[in-house]
Ligand binder design. Structure first.
Ligand SMILES: Nc1nc2c(ncn2[C@@H]2O[C@H](COP(=O)(O)OP(=O)(O)O)[C@@H](O)[C@H]2O)c(=O)[nH]1
Ligand SMILES: [Mg+2]
Length: 216
């Protein structure tokens, strides 16, 4: 079923395998955490219509669907993205140390303006080797990224992370003087507008694909 919306924008989620990317997407879409997710429930991407800047914005969020395990996230995955969620696991330092590489890769492959949010997921996990919040915040500040710690398990800050990224992306698309607004997509599910003006063609069947991507 397609919901009515004014504009549609593409987000992508990147970061090391096991950081909770698929769970974050699932939690955002459904508002629940699937601890024992079966192999068929995961999605490669999902969409949700949200109210932002007085408009109904369809956030179409792409999940790497396991490609990230082999560091083989394709160029087409990045194409047209106006928002990037960079995810690390707050209880695993190595996943935070990978963030600069993911950021460079995204900047290299996305040629248009794009908004970034750094997300430290699994904030519910108590760990002695927890990634320092201050250090992550400092990295985010230096690199002009927004930053939030989330838990896909409890739902803490999940909605906020997507909404903040949405707000920043919309502001960016509109430009400082409201110039360069995204073309209205009306209620046509077949178009995804990229920040570079590219149009990706979708059909309703691809709206939510049932492949194994989340083991949460
Ligand atoms: N405690 C906790 N576990 C999580 C959270 N998010 C994901 N997980 C678990 O982390 C594992 C990897 O999650 P998944 O979404 O498949 O990671 P992905 O490889 O980045 O897509 C699964 O076992 C999840 O149950 C979270 O916020 N808290
Ligand atoms: Mg996944």
């Amino acid at each position: 079923m397609s919901q009515k919306y004014d504009e549609i924008i593409k987000f992508i989620i990147i970061g090391d395998s096991g950081t909770g990317k698929s769970c974050l997407l699932q939690s955002f879409l459904d508002g629940v955490f699937h601890e024992e997710q079966t192999q068929t429930i995961g999605v490669e991407f999902g969409a949700k219509v949200v109210a932002l800047s007085g408009k109904r914005i369809k956030l179409q969020v792409w999940d790497t669907a396991g490609q990230e395990r082999y560091r083989s996230v394709t160029r087409s995955y990045y194409r047209g993205a106006v928002g990037v969620m960079l995810v690390y696991d707050t209880s695993k330092l190595a996943t935070f140390e990978s963030i600069p590489t993911w950021l460079e890769e995204a900047k290299r492959l996305i040629t248009q303006d794009v908004a970034f949010i750094l997300v430290g997921n699994k904030s519910d996990v108590r760990s002695e080797s927890k990634v320092s919040t201050n250090e992550a915040a400092a990295f985010a500040h230096e690199n002009n990224l927004m930053f939030l710690e989330t838990s896909a398990k409890t739902g803490t800050n999940v909605e906020e992370a997507f909404m903040q990224l949405g707000k920043r992306a919309i502001q960016m698309l509109k430009g400082p003087q409201g110039a360069n607004p995204p073309v209205n997509a009306k209620s046509n599910d077949a178009l995804v507008l990229g920040g570079d003006g590219s149009v990706l063609v979708m059909d309703d069947d691809t709206e939510r694909r049932g492949k194994k991507v989340c083991s949460c």
